[in-house]
Design a protein around this ligand. Structure first.
Ligand SMILES: Nc1ncnc2c1ncn2[C@@H]1O[C@H](COP(=O)(O)OP(=O)(O)OP(=O)(O)O)[C@@H](O)[C@H]1O
Length: 230
């Protein structure tokens, strides 16, 4: 099947498991939101998918290929791209130079930049002179230039005002419209649920809700209960 598939994934760090038995599918063109309280294990789960940390149980596959034992580089060759927390631009490189780092051709560079007309006038500015929101656009453009099949996005909104983050969301939707499957970890729960088709709530390492994102958004009681542990 064409999907990023997690089956009964358990991740251990330090004293013990921080993620237990998580199963989910991300299909091409779909956005799945992963929300939950601080320390629930969301970042650890994304890190296990991209290979930053090993899994201690369960399996992960991309389009039917098991990846659990592959290196980060091998996973990225299968189209798995991870945008980690913290807007990692190369500050002294220009916008174009930052995006070019992950493009294999000038066509890939142009396609990625074309998605972000907001960056047009800043193409030759060093990334360090850009606002936080613009830097996050550069990070997104660089991820897109790598032609991901599946994109893991961790707290893209960190340090951004909600109004700035709201401008970035349509760009995530555009990735999905082009067939990229997206697993979106986000602290602005309602904005993430508004974008996603499917949602999971993780609390204390366990899935406490797995279902329709809109239904969760429309039911504050369900959301509250899931955050408290289901
Ligand atoms: N490098 C590490 N070594 C040991 N424990 C860690 C490490 N990173 C995270 N943890 C622990 O793993 C648990 C899950 O943390 P994680 O960052 O995955 O959660 P999160 O849901 O992403 O939280 P937040 O929303 O605050 O980023 C926490 O108890 C945290 O203290």
């Amino acid at each position: 099947m064409n999907a990023l598939e997690l089956r009964d994934v358990t991740v251990s760090r330090g004293a013990g498991p921080v993620i237990r038995d998580v199963s989910l599918d991300v299909r091409p063109g779909a956005i799945t939101a992963l929300v939950g309280p601080n320390g629930a294990g969301k970042t650890s789960l994304l890190e296990a998918v991209s290979g930053v940390v090993p899994v201690s149980g369960g399996s992960i596959s991309v389009d039917g290929t098991p990846i659990t034992r592959l290196s980060r580089v091998a996973r990225s060759r299968l189209g798995l791209v991870h945008i980690e927390q913290g807007r990692a631009v190369f500050p002294s490189l220009t916008v174009v130079e930052n995006v070019r780092l992950s493009a294999r051709s000038s066509a890939e560079l142009d396609d990625a930049l074309a998605l972000f007309p907001e960056l047009d006038e800043r193409r030759d500015s060093p990334a360090e002179l850009l606002s936080g929101g613009e830097q996050q656009m550069v990070v997104l453009a660089r991820a897109f230039a790598a032609r991901p099949a599946f994109l893991l996005i961790d707290e893209m909104s960190l340090g951004l005002a909600p109004v700035v983050f709201t401008r970035l969301l349509p760009m995530v939707q555009r990735f999905a419209d082009q067939g990229v499957g997206i697993l979106l970890v986000e602290q602005f729960t309602h904005l993430a649920l508004g974008l996603a088709r499917e949602a999971l709530v993780v609390a204390s390492g366990r899935v406490t809700y797995h279902g329709d994102a809109q239904a969760l958004r429309d039911s504050p009681d369900t959301l509250h209960a899931a955050y408290l542990g289901g």
